[in-house]
Design a binder for this molecule. Sequence first.
Ligand code: SIN
Length: 542
Amino acid sequence: MRLRAPLPGWTAKADVVVIGSGVAGLTTALQIRAHNLSVLLVTKSFIDAGSTKWAQGGIAAALGPGDSPDQHEKDTLVAGAGLCDLPAVKVLVSEGPEAVRKLIARGAVFDTSETGEIALTREGGHLRNRILHAGGDATGAEVSRALLAAVSNDPGIEVIEHALVLDALKTKAGRVCGVTIHVIGEGTRDGVGQVLARAVVLATGGLGQVYSQTTNPSVSTGDGVALALRAGADVADVEFIQFHPTVLYMGEGSRGQQPLISEAVRGEGAFLVNDRGERFMRGVHPLADLAPRDIVAKEISRQMQLTGSHHVWLDARSIKDFSERFPTINASCKEIGINPVTDLIPVAPASHYASGGVRTDLNGHSSVPGLYAVGETACTGAHGANRLASNSLLEGLVFGARIAEDIAANLPEYEDPAPQDSFDFLLSPSIRGELQRAMSKGASVVRSKESLQETLTTLAKLKNASTIFANLDAWETTNLYLLATAIVRSALERTESRGSHWREDFPETSSEWTKRIHQSLSKNGDWKSATEEVFNDLSIAR
Ligand code: SIN
């Protein structure tokens, strides 16, 4: 399967093509350069437009006194609700501290305490202070700045902006040997072209735009995961969409990217209250307001159902120097007339992070030879059913470096793509709003067979809206459609509640479901699903 698009009108070549310019893509590109290979970095909008720069809370790493990779591992497994891959978690937490030190060596500057040590804070699900932050709540912006500076100083990395990846190119034997991309450019590289490469790395970030309200920027349309599906790769854990519990409530009609209120605000003493002023997280979990975020998001949704309100409240009035510690959040609140020093902040859950994605092994290989995935695009298994706060930037750093090493050690020669004999399709951009509304209504924090089936029916209807007019909006909408279908199919199949997948009709976690669901597309576009057993320690209490 491929997206309907004009035939490639130009060709470029690089040893490795990296699609995406967030922490995962940039880290992979820089590490590949350590082996003197050429890199073409393709990014859909401006190079700094992805999710990374929006990350507030920070990077989790066991660097503080009294902390250890073992404790970080335990917290990650608890949050992951029995579906983490232990080897992937071990890699994440044990290679994490070194990856952070490397990031610092590349120029990232983190906030320090009065004694000059890196200041570490707490977020939901962490039993130790282990979150590094920068600029108070602007961690992602600093990470992005430092990595982009390093990339721009490296003549071996060519960057193409305003370039949407369309589909994988494959050799006769089925190995991925490049991609087609559409560039809004000038001169020779304008329109659809092909990039031939010895390895392709998907680092396109998340897919939050599948929902009406999300913390993700407008570019987060899951283009890499959709490409991988069309290329025949397995995706896994896609039902585990993480809803961030505290997203600034901007009013009923507000759509698209919404401002995040970092968990670090609760980490520094803020707490949630309902319309009656009750601290409802007390008694729900021993960590109360700092429980793993799926638990907090569920309880907020329950409170909203109980009171009929569209939001709950976050009380951050006890935090000293709020505007200095959280300048970004302070500015967002002020924009809607809220002063966190004197007012309660209205918050509601919104789609935030895809814990699943393209199923990869510990070196980032997808199930299709030549195709790698990293960061939010990938499903390494490190997050299980619910990613632990601030493990995502870390995952990009750790697995980006591993992929680069794997590529350098196993790089094949260039091969020509075989003629494309797959069928193409494209959906009209006019369906995007209805798709997002259907997903927010039926496949959100709370799901049931009924709500999911209704969503699937809407999606089936929307599939009739095919178009011949290929453009960015149509390509993105078609990607969103594929991803929405994969999410709903997996959510229907998983007849239990676990992590960020909450089925009203199956409220218990079931030992029958200690497995991940893989979805893939056959050559003729039919969906296939399979399960993979997960060997994890279910005795770890949540
Ligand atoms: C936050 O700052 O609350 C978000 C951190 C994350 O998603 O890991």
